[in-house]
Design a protein. Structure first.
Length: 241
């Protein structure tokens, strides 16, 4: 961190998960999942404080074991720790309980143990430089493009989702999905009353940038966990060379 820090990081780390129970405190590449995201926040020059929002005792212990005074653990009430709780509600709870005159918030998911170095700083600096309400990282859609999707009814009949789609991958129009790597948002936009739509907290002026395949690994299933473990192990091996 430098003296020019511009944002507070909120790491969302609830204890429950349907796809992979207890994932945020699972050991991956030698340490709890949550610790990887905390490290990403600690490495960012634009982050001044880190708030770990959790309802899990094990997650809290793992966060506190990092031993850095920039890390604060905030207990999240059970009604804000369900699998239907919107991201923005949990983030608003964390921000509302945090004193200080900070203008920007970085929302990080604890179940993302792999992010490219500088990702967080890139989002925050773009947010500030462009006067945006939010900045989010995205990955390009490949074989799961909507043009190639179908409806499948109970009898097994197939109907194209986009009847006028294309056959060749090269002809697919570029589309992108949030990759879970980073969301940078102004505090004003996050707390703005009367928001419309499920992502209203992102504001009207939304910016994004593309990450490359494998840059960001979001762990929601056992397969995701295996991929993340392999990539992080490869990262560690490369760093030792």
């Amino acid at each position: 961190m430098t003296s020019g820090a511009e944002a507070v990081a909120v790491i969302l780390a609830r204890s429950g998960s349907r796809g992979l129970p207890g994932k945020n405190e699972m050991t991956i590449a030698g340490r709890p999942m949550i610790c990887h995201t905390i490290t990403h926040a600690l490495e960012a020059e634009t982050i001044s404080r880190i708030i770990v929002s959790t309802d899990g005792d094990g997650i809290a212990v793992a966060a506190e074991s990092m031993g850095d005074d920039r890390i604060e653990v905030l207990h999240r009430p059970s009604e804000l720790a369900t699998d239907t709780t919107p991201v923005d509600e949990a983030a608003r709870h964390a921000v509302a309980g945090t004193p200080g005159a900070f203008r920007n918030v970085v929302i990080l998911y604890a179940n993302v143990p792999r992010r490219p170095y500088g990702l967080i700083d890139r989002a925050v600096r773009l947010l500030i430089a462009r006067g945006a309400d939010s900045v989010q990282s995205y990955r390009r859609v490949g074989s799961h493009h909507p043009y190639w999707m179908v409806w499948l009814d109970e009898s097994g009949m197939v109907r194209p989702y986009c009847p006028n789609g294309v056959d060749r991958r090269q002809d697919l129009p570029p589309l992108y999905l949030p990759d879970g790597g980073v969301i940078a948002v102004t505090r004003a936009s996050l707390l703005r009353p009367g928001q419309e739509g499920p992502h209203g907290f992102l504001g009207r002026r939304r910016l994004g940038f593309e990450t490359q395949p494998g840059d960001v690994i979001d762990v929601d299933t056992p397969l995701d966990l295996a991929v993340a473990e392999a990539l992080l192990s490869a990262d560690a091996t490369g760093a030792r060379r």
